[in-house]
Design a protein around this ligand. Structure first.
Ligand code: DSN
Length: 478
């Protein structure tokens, strides 16, 4: 496709939108400008390709398609079947998975599908068998009451939120923490690393139904072979949430013990982080869980989004190209260069570095909370997000950490030399920012002081750093 075609496609789309609600067209244009001008270091974001973006803006959005390929609750789903089957085929081939379910709308939805597939397989099915009935509607009231109690009283062991786990791995304010009797494994306070012996000990004591591996803020590789052995030793189903690092698995940077797909019974992911697809989720699983996973809608999901499944098929086809492996390796090279640049300048990093796409700065070393650091960086054109660090004294709102990641800047084409310059900009902002005070003179966890002229200067330097790597160079909306 010619570069001109991309420009024409997006300009025409905005013209059509502008004729109905110009403020929406303006906001879309403004978002492109903002993304072009800022250093996007949010570890969970990326830039999807024009083909992926365009696959979402069409009449597939108008179609209901509850059920799965070839078994729908609505007529007229033949074209939805085509794109859903294609997305699933690309996912299976890309990850070497036995089964792929591409309907989840997000990572949280994918995790809910996985939890309920395991509960259905390990709790509901045996109860139906014991009662000698085919489905839950055939149970007596007494058996149904007993089954509901049993479904709501199962155990999950996952990584704690402040050690880098995700809130859906049993955090009490999330439904996962309410559905399951949950315990967490943390990291070694001295090294910040997962201590597999401690995980095994916790599994032996707690005997979870589900052992969850995976993270959203842990900067190291995880040995999924060892976690599977731990799960097997206590009869747990092993689930991995690879939302953050799916691109590194797809690009074969994480292989062998570090590739979750051959080791886990069930793997969940988002499609929009390092995988660089549309916003959405996906579940991969072993054959024995496939039927239960395919019941995700209407079990816990609303109607599938066929336009997003079409975009997933496009993005997964892109990830199967040879150049995606090079992209995935450059993500890690860049994260390591960023970590080294920060360490050399005196920053304190959780675990002292990174093996993956993300770096977690402990900003207490700069005398700041995560919230103060996040805002000061934003004033300076650097977009990050605050994050807890292990044993964080500031909780999940103010935090003591800043999480930064390289998937987006790597997509733009920035390399290791520019990561060192990025480290310099971040370190300068954080050393020049001081914690502020409340009106009554007490220390504030939110207020901070940063010279606005310095913030402007850093923002200009960030723009200069990005200038040789224009975002969507073929798209000119002017
Ligand atoms: N919001 C995602 C992240 O930033 O890691 C996870 O839900």
């Amino acid at each position: 496709m010619s570069r001109n075609a991309e420009s024409t496609a997006f300009r025409s789309a905005l013209e059509v939108i502008r004729a109905v609600e110009p403020r929406v067209a303006d906001a879309i244009g403004a978002e492109l400008t903002d993304q072009r001008e800022s250093l996007k270091l949010i570890a969970s974001e990326n830039y999807a390709s024009p083909a992926t973006l365009l696959a979402m803006g069409n009449w597939f959005s108008d179609k209901y398609a509850e059920g799965t390929v070839g078994r729908r609750f609505y007529a007229g789903c033949q074209n939805v079947d085509t794109v859903e089957a294609l997305a699933a085929e690309h996912a299976r081939e890309l990850f070497g998975a036995a089964h792929a379910y591409v309907q989840p709308h997000s990572g949280i939805d994918a995790n809910l599908v996985a939890f309920w597939a395991v509960l259905a397989d390990r709790v509901e099915s045996p109860a139906l068998k014991k009662a000698q009935v085919r489905q839950v509607n055939d149970l007596t009231e007494a058996d149904w009451f007993a089954l509901r109690r049993e479904l709501g009283n199962q155990r999950m062991l996952g990584m704690s939120l402040d050690a880098g786990g995700h809130l859906t791995h049993g955090f009490r304010p999330n439904i996962s923490g309410k559905m399951f009797d949950q315990r967490s494994y943390g990291t070694d306070p001295a090294t910040g690393l997962i201590d597999y012996d401690r995980v095994a000990e916790a599994a032996r004591e707690f005997k979870p139904l589900i052992l969850v591996g995976g993270y959203s803020a842990y900067p190291r590789k995880v040995n999924f072979r060892i976690l599977r052995e731990i799960a097997d030793s206590v009869g747990a189903t092993f689930m991995v949430d690879m939302a953050h690092f799916a691109g590194l698995v797809a690009g074969k940077v994480f292989t062998g013990d570090f590739d979750p797909v051959p080791h886990a019974h069930i793997v969940t992911t988002t499609t929009h982080k390092s995988l660089r697809g549309p916003r959405g989720g996906m579940v991969l699983c072993q054959p024995e869980l496939a039927d239960q996973v395919d019941r995700g809608c209407p079990m816990v999901l609303g109607g599938p989004l066929p336009h997003v499944m079409a975009a997933k098929a496009v993005a997964l086809a892109e990830a199967r190209r040879p150049d995606f492996a090079d992209y995935a390796q450059r993500i890690v090279d860049n994260a390591q260069a960023l970590a080294e640049g920060l360490l050399r300048r005196g920053a304190k990093l959780v675990t002292g570095g990174t093996d993956n796409h993300l770096v977690l700065i402990d900003v207490s070393g700069y005398g700041l909370t995560g919230r103060q650091a996040e805002q000061a960086l934003l004033d300076s054109g650097i977009v990050t997000n605050r994050n807890s660090v292990p044993q964080d004294p500031n909780g999940a709102w103010y935090t003591s950490g800043i999480r930064i990641g390289t998937p987006a800047l790597t997509t733009r084409g920035l390399g290791t030399a520019e990561m060192d310059q990025t480290a310099e900009l971040i370190h300068t902002v954080l050393t020049q920012t001081t914690a502020g005070a409340n009106a009554d003179g007490t220390a504030s966890k939110a207020k901070y002081n940063l010279d606005p002229d310095l913030a402007d200067k850093i923002a200009r330097q960030a723009t200069d750093l990005l200038a040789p790597h224009p975002l969507y160079p073929a798209i000119d909306l002017a």
